[in-house]
Design a binder for this molecule. Sequence first.
Ligand code: SAM
Length: 270
Amino acid sequence: MLREILISLRTRCAPAFAALGYRYAAVACVGRAQRCAAAWAPHQENTKRRLLAAMAEAPAGSNTAVILGSGPCLDLPMAELLARFSRVLLVDVAHPPDARHLARRHAGIELVEMDLTGTALSLADRAAAQVPTPNCNAFVDEPGLGLVVSANLISQLPLVPLRHAQRRWPDADLGGFARSIVMAHLDHLARFTCPTLLVGDMQRRIVDPDGKVTEWEDPLFGANLPAGEAEWEWTVAPVGELSGGWSIVNRVRAVRMDRRLPTASGYGGP
Ligand SMILES: C[S@@+](CC[C@H](N)C(=O)[O-])C[C@H]1O[C@@H](n2cnc3c(N)ncnc32)[C@H](O)[C@@H]1O
């Protein structure tokens, strides 16, 4: 508890975002990552490997990488990123101590505090009459851009907005709202022309103490990721993290959004 208070105090998060619950969520994520470090390591290594493969195709002359959902940066090959790019923009609604520490040590790292759904301002506006429309164009015209990565972010984007929408507009199509946030992020990524990598959860399995899957959840609220380059399992809650021997396993997909396969419905499954 004391540890989490300290992490919270050292997490950079604008008051408007903190008031919506983003600081709390970011600190909870750091705590989970610390407790589940061994179980999360293979997933983080897979993410780094895909990022390095995308980085290898960054155009000559490009000097900037943008990492969306950088958080504590546990899934980023930071040394390699800094060796290739003179500017690495870490973009998140909250920057925990690990990210701040990296930025202090490396002049090339810039911390950008931003809501990547485009809904936070409306959610903070007590007078807003209806669920906001998500939209984000950030960095699309950034000069020198050589790599964009959405780093285990997409399934997190709807969570805070959905919690607020449930309280304020309980009769709205909340599933549709959550799905529109996921789709808006895919639209955002699709606007970049440099190597653009999405790594994100596409399925969540709830596993009972006997190892039997009791439930499949859709973390993307009905939106589909485009066909990907690789998929793997991420034991996001290993036995011991939840009570009673239950666990949760995510299916993760890596997608190169700059060369995704077009489908009739826009973003199709594999
Ligand atoms: C699962 S964590 C991944 C963090 C990092 N990629 C890692 O693995 O170390 C998801 C991140 O998404 C961020 N996030 C959630 N909603 C966001 C939003 N609307 N805009 C920007 N970042 C957001 C959280 O603050 C958190 O750092």
